[in-house]
Design a protein around this ligand. Structure first.
Ligand code: 3SL
Length: 240
């Protein structure tokens, strides 16, 4: 009798601060920071960047900057003083990016990437590369944790919605199962938000934060799915 194949597991972790509660059970982590870190990273690769080194502190980014790297630093939505770039995807487009190794530190996204990369295989997910991430996960043979970057350790809506979108497609593929309430909640949120992410997120704390900084165009770009097929993967200290 043919052996029945086991289903892989996909679950959602709402914040890097909860990662320790989940990490033992998964091999692959998808780090998600829709507004804006993982969107900016995908954009840089779409425009020909060779590597992105995600660092957790401004001090580390400054060391790279002083060595001549193109370095971006964002805190609380703003470009950190002394840096030319922050976290806007529009800063990571065009000829200047081609072939470059970039360095990036952001409030939550690069922190989430580094926490997960210390122990796990990490790939980068956002709405801009949604279908590519789904196709990649359907074709790979491991249990998957979708890690939302959140905001300073707390839950956020946009990363959870993106995680819900990935989860729905993986469950529909028939290759995955899920069990956690965080995953069910992400699915509910995605189903409510899918017709109009921009409208649904109108009241979200980070959308308000970015809107107050006049970053509405960034928000629109970050919430527009499937602008690229790139899937950055963490390898030896950098995303490639
Ligand atoms: O938290 C992060 O990593 C950033 O993406 C936040 S912001 O969108 O640049 O404000």
């Amino acid at each position: 009798m043919a052996e029945e194949k086991r289903k892989f597991r996909v679950e959602v972790c709402f914040s890097p601060d909860e990662f320790d509660l989940y990490k033992q059970e998964y091999s692959v982590v998808v780090a998600i920071d829709v507004l804006r870190a993982t969107t900016a990273i995908c954009t840089a690769f779409e425009h020909g960047a060779e590597k992105v080194i995600p660092v957790s502190t401004v001090a580390e980014a400054l060391v790279y900057k002083n060595k001549g790297y193109m370095a971006g630093a964002e805190r609380n939505g703003k470009i950190v003083e002394g840096f030319e770039f922050g976290n806007s995807p529009f800063s990571y487009m065009g000829e200047a990016i081609k072939g470059k190794t970039l360095v990036l530190t952001t409030t939550n996204g690069t922190r989430a990437i580094n926490i997960a990369a210390a122990t796990h295989k990490v790939i980068i997910g956002a709405l801009v590369n949604l279908d590519a991430v789904i196709a990649y996960l359907i074709d790979q043979p491991d249990d998957v944790l979708l890690l939302a970057s959140g905001w300073q350790g707390k839950f956020n809506l946009e990363d959870s919605i993106c995680a819900g979108a990935i989860t729905e497609a993986l469950l529909e593929s028939g290759k995955y199962m899920s069990d956690e309430d965080s995953t069910i909640a992400s699915l509910f949120l995605f189903k409510e938000a899918r017709v109009n992410y921009f409208g649904f997120l109108k009241a979200s704390s980070h959308r308000r934060r970015l809107r107050n900084l006049n970053l509405n165009e960034d928000i629109k770009y970050c919430l527009t799915p499937n602008q690229t097929r790139v899937i950055p993967v963490y390898k030896d200290g950098a995303l490639v």
